[in-house]
Design a protein around this ligand. Structure first.
Ligand SMILES: [Fe+2]
Ligand SMILES: [Fe+2]
Length: 358
């Protein structure tokens, strides 16, 4: 152990004792590998020097080159089989949804639905493993078809976690599968525009729930499927569109699709895809979600997702790596992580988060 001047600190040095401010606020606990951000934070507390372990953290840096969780998953036979079937399903979905939009007779919602359910049920892989596989399907493309199929599968898994009856589970899957069909009518220049949308373009995007509803209304489909399409962007606090409905007026299945839809969209964005870490999405839902989404669906969803990662190896934003050993039900994005012999309760340590699953 040695005392090091703040000006001599470098990333990777490990704190040898809890570091407190002058007014006794814990700034950095013992055993944390310093990052540039943490060092900057220490400076802001007018400290002169802190105690540092003799060894600089290198082990976690070495681990960076190990086979990652995502790579291991992608090499598994289960994943490869699922990917093949997913691709076949996607081709069929694309053909069939285009038929729906072009108003010809090849749209067969019932066969699409049974194929989708076949993709997920009767598989050996447990639902929790399925969620990881789904998030990796964006290797194909981030288009409406992949998104729709993913949302359908997530709705199916969520309905299973919620112990829906088989009929309701099938209905939930159908609601996910067809919720965004109206997007296929929106010009590709707007849908695929890389930059920020203009207000006028955003208004056009916002027509897709009603367009979906109109397209689906021409078929013999349950009202829930049509209403989930119409209302999946409504939010319980009235902040959604197209009508600004609040909780009571939003169809129950639309409230369920909303959770699956937003989670899929967030975890498939480039920022999260490599990391395969849903913890950012969970943080968002915890901070912002309870007013907007139905807690009856949102809370079991988040809890099951986080439990998927129990015992998984994770990298923390302070550079340390460890395993998630306890999920705190009132702070799902802040589990307890075992790092070496130490237990880090991320809820207690305010400034450390899970960066990724490794
Ligand atoms: Fe949508
Ligand atoms: Fe969507």
């Amino acid at each position: 152990m040695q005392r090091v001047l703040l000006s001599d600190l470098t990333s990777g040095m490990i704190t040898a004792e809890d570091v407190f401010s002058m007014d006794n606020q814990l700034i950095v606990p013992k055993g944390i590998a310093l990052t540039e951000n943490l060092i900057a934070r220490l400076f802001s507390f007018d400290l002169f020097s802190i105690k540092i372990e003799d060894e600089i953290l290198t082990s976690s840096l070495e681990n960076f080159s190990e086979t990652s969780y995502a790579e291991k998953l992608k090499a598994s036979p289960d994943y490869l089989a699922f990917k093949e079937e997913f691709k076949d399903n996607l081709d069929k979905l694309e053909f069939s949804l285009n038929a729906l939009v072009e108003k010809n007779k090849d749209f067969d919602p019932h066969s699409l639905l049974s194929d989708t359910i076949g993709l997920i049920e009767n598989r050996e892989t447990h639902n929790t493993g399925m969620m990881d596989m789904i998030l990796n399907m964006h290797d194909f493309d981030d288009c409406t078809y992949t998104h729709s199929l993913n949302v359908a599968l997530i709705c199916n898994i969520l309905a299973g976690w919620l112990r829906f009856s088989p009929a309701e589970k099938e209905l939930a899957t159908a609601c996910g599968l067809f919720h965004d069909v109206g997007k296929l009518q929106i010009p590709a220049e707007i849908m695929k525009k890389p930059g920020k949308l203009t207000p006028a373009e955003y208004q056009i995007i916002k027509t897709h729930p009603l367009e979906s509803y109109k397209l689906l209304s021409r078929y013999e489909l349950p009202d829930e499927v049509k209403n989930a399409a119409l209302m999946h962007h409504e939010r319980c606090d009235g902040s959604g569109y197209p009508y600004g409905f609040t909780y009571d007026k939003i169809n129950r299945f639309a409230r369920l699709v909303a959770v699956a839809d937003v989670y899929e969209a967030m975890t498939s964005s480039r920022t999260y895809r490599d990391a395969l870490s849903p913890f950012n999405a969970i943080t968002y839902f915890e901070n912002d979600g309870l007013q907007k989404y139905d807690p009856e669906f949102l809370l079991p969803f988040l809890e099951n997702i986080v439990n998927t990662f129990l015992n998984q190896k994770v990298r923390l934003t302070n550079g340390l790596e460890g395993r998630i050993i306890y999920v705190n039900p009132v702070a799902l994005s802040k589990p307890t992580v075992k790092v070496g012999d130490r237990f880090l309760d991320l809820k207690e340590i305010g400034n450390v988060d899970i960066e990724k699953i490794v």
